[in-house]
Design a protein. Structure first.
Length: 296
């Protein structure tokens, strides 16, 4: 059984005529007839009723025809994909995203890529703290949406485009604050649990950022879990402002105003790539379009 035989089956089934099918397939009528007979012999089934003026599918033929149609569509898609890849387009592009970044801000860019490059898979990797930068550095990601410190930028290894300034609020629930009616210092929270998101970067494993000595901690691997724990009153910690705007307004979460730690940590988000890495057409378009987003 060959794709060519299945193509003959589909065309004859649609047109009901060997003559018309042979013209569409640019084959002789005997060649099409012989191809169908060989297919029937190989399958051990009669696919067409040949008694009338036009060829009509048998019940068995109708089922085979439906599968043949799907195979023809898949073969067409394979050819389209091969053409797409042959001109240098990537099969997949990986974008590492710092988890505190508001993904909704780049949805127009992602929609544009989906529309213009439907054969390219976009892989979004959510990373924490240093993870996104490391993913680009190790070439496990083509681009990263993250914060990047001045030292890394000055190394000359990266190219960066500024996106917007966001940040993290230090917050706790009213239930936790009821236990500390005169709270003025982070020192007073040592015996409460600070909820900490673990760094997904490898070079900084074991380092706790913004954690005071002797602080009790619980560790999580995503902001949603952290938010749930903080809102329950189990602990306190920093959360992305876009995630908690409603809760701050409704007083379900309270921003901590303490003498010895910032209430708000401003973060400058940028899209970065390695200068030494050549991007393919899809990643290059993604890189170019990131700076067009209005991230005010």
């Amino acid at each position: 059984m060959t794709l060519e035989q299945l193509r003959m089956l589909v065309k004859v089934a649609e047109l009901g005529s060997l003559k018309e099918a042979s013209e569409k397939l640019f084959k002789t009528q005997p060649a099409v007839s012989q191809g169908l007979k060989q297919l029937e012999t190989q399958l051990g089934l009669q696919l067409f009723n040949r008694q009338g003026y036009r060829l009509v599918l048998t019940d068995n033929g109708k089922q085979i025809y439906q599968h043949a149609q799907r195979l023809m569509n898949e073969a067409k898609q394979i050819k389209q994909l091969a053409s797409f890849l042959a001109i240098g387009n990537e099969a997949a592009v990986t974008l590492a995203i710092e988890a505190s970044y508001d993904l909704k801000r780049i949805l127009p860019v992602l929609e544009s890529i989906r529309h213009d490059f439907p054969h390219t898979q976009i892989i979004l990797k959510q990373e924490y703290i240093n993870g996104a930068l490391e993913a680009v550095k190790s070439e496990q990601a083509d681009l990263a949406l993250t914060t990047i410190d001045l030292l890394a930028l000055q190394s000359g290894n990266y190219e960066a485009k500024k996106l917007y300034q966001g940040g993290l609020y230090n917050v706790a629930s009213p239930a936790l604050l009821e236990r500390h009616p005169t709270l003025m210092s982070v020192e007073a929270l040592k015996d409460e649990y600070q909820i900490v998101v673990q760094d997904s970067g490898q070079s900084s494993q074991g380092i706790n950022y913004s954690v005071q000595t002797g602080q009790r901690c619980w560790y999580v691997n995503d902001f949603n879990t952290k938010k749930t724990l903080i809102m329950s009153g189990i602990g306190w910690g920093r959360l992305p402002e876009y995630m908690i705007e409603n809760e701050l307004n409704s007083k379900e979460l309270i921003a901590l105003k303490l003498n010895d730690v910032e209430t708000y940590l401003a973060l400058n988000y940028q899209v970065i790539k390695l200068k030494s890495r050549l991007l393919g057409p899809v990643a290059s378009r993604l890189w170019q379009n990131m700076s067009l987003i209005k991230n005010s």
